[in-house]
Design a protein around this ligand. Structure first.
Ligand code: TPP
Ligand code: SF4
Ligand code: MG
Length: 290
């Protein structure tokens, strides 16, 4: 019988550093609940994050953790999964981390369909570096570095993921915990690359995309009559905000195809389970890199 876990089993002694009211608290709480409800054990979870306010999350979830380099959460998470595919690997980072500096890695992780979950904590700004515009900032967003308003059109990261061959594409809102937990659980259980964009307001710097703004603009795809989340066509249409500017949330699209880790590893044991059959040769190889 699976062990009964509680969100507290995933809590760390470190208090979260975020500003009071930051949306990221909701993402952390939902992740802890999702892991507990799936009866995961902290020793079987590896959490990898990039750099940003969002990236700090790996330090607040009791599990194996790697707080890496800006924009590089996904290659690091890919390496962890290939080294030990018995781990549940979850990567997380901000909209800047995933869609600006990490955009190339994002596309390739999507097309590879590696069996990990990726949470993009999207506050439509660069929170950590004091509120510059990010790839998802709205046109006209005024910041210290764009006083005349952001001149760049926002990127639709979930539509890009769908075009790149994504097999699980979802969106949540950090202020709707029940729905967010359900979406994250489904993402973790998906046998392939699952991306969840969580709208997570930055209360300190983004005075435009506030909690109230998201409440007004977001709707659940389950409210669209007959919405079929296995239809790529319907997902594209929902993600296109050109008509009414509203943002769909929920599981927008799901399908299945072979996962990268299964294709690469086949029946071979991953590195973490392989026997070191020739210790002298292994040491030689290590010495080459010293
Ligand atoms: C290679 C590199 N370039 C730039 C930075 C500076 N930097 C740190 S976090 C960040 C952006 C943070 O925005 P986002 O990823 O959206 O995370 P948030 O803080 O909003 O959660 C930048 C540009 C860095 N740390 N490393
Ligand atoms: S600066 Fe914004 S994103 Fe960063 S902790 Fe504060 S509210 Fe959250
Ligand atoms: Mg951000």
């Amino acid at each position: 019988m699976a062990a009964v876990m509680s969100p507290k089993d995933f809590a760390t002694a470190t208090p979260a550093w975020w500003c009071p009211g930051c949306g990221d608290f909701g993402v952390l709480a939902a992740l802890k609940s999702a892991c507990a409800e799936l009866s995961l054990n902290p020793k079987d979870v590896a959490f990898v994050s990039g750099i940003g306010c969002s990236g700090k999350i790996s330090g607040y979830l009791h599990s194996y953790a790697y707080h890496g380099v800006h924009g590089r959460a996904l290659p690091a998470a890919t390496a962890v999964k290939l080294a030990n595919n018995s781990l549940t690997v979850i990567a997380a980072g901000g909209d800047g981390d995933g869609f600006a500096i990490g955009a190339g890695h994002f596309l390739h992780a999507v097309r590879r369909n590696i069996n990990i979950t990726y949470i993009v904590m999207d506050n439509q700004t660069y929170g950590l570096t004091k509120g510059q515009s990010s790839p998802t900032s709205d046109l006209g967003y005024v910041t210290g570095t764009s006083p005349g308003g952001n001149p760049d059109a926002p990127m639709n990261g979930m539509a890009v993921a769908l075009a790149a061959g994504g097999t699980f594409i979802a969106r949540g809102f950090s202020a709707q915990p029940k729905k967010l937990v359900d979406v994250i659980k489904a993402a973790i259980e998906h046998p392939g690359f699952a991306v969840v964009e969580v709208m997570s307001p930055c209360v300190t710097f983004n005075k435009h995309n506030t909690f109230a703004w998201f409440k007004e603009h977001m709707y659940d795809v389950s409210d669209i009559e007959g919405y079929d989340n296995t239809s790529r066509d319907q997902a594209f249409r929902a993600l296109d905000r050109s008509e009414d500017g509203r943002m769909p949330m929920g599981i927008l699209y799901r399908s299945q195809r072979a996962a990268f880790d299964d294709l690469v590893l086949g029946d071979k044991p991953p590195l973490a389970h392989a026997e070191v059959y020739d210790v002298a040769r292994f040491r030689d190889i290590q010495d080459n890199y010293r």
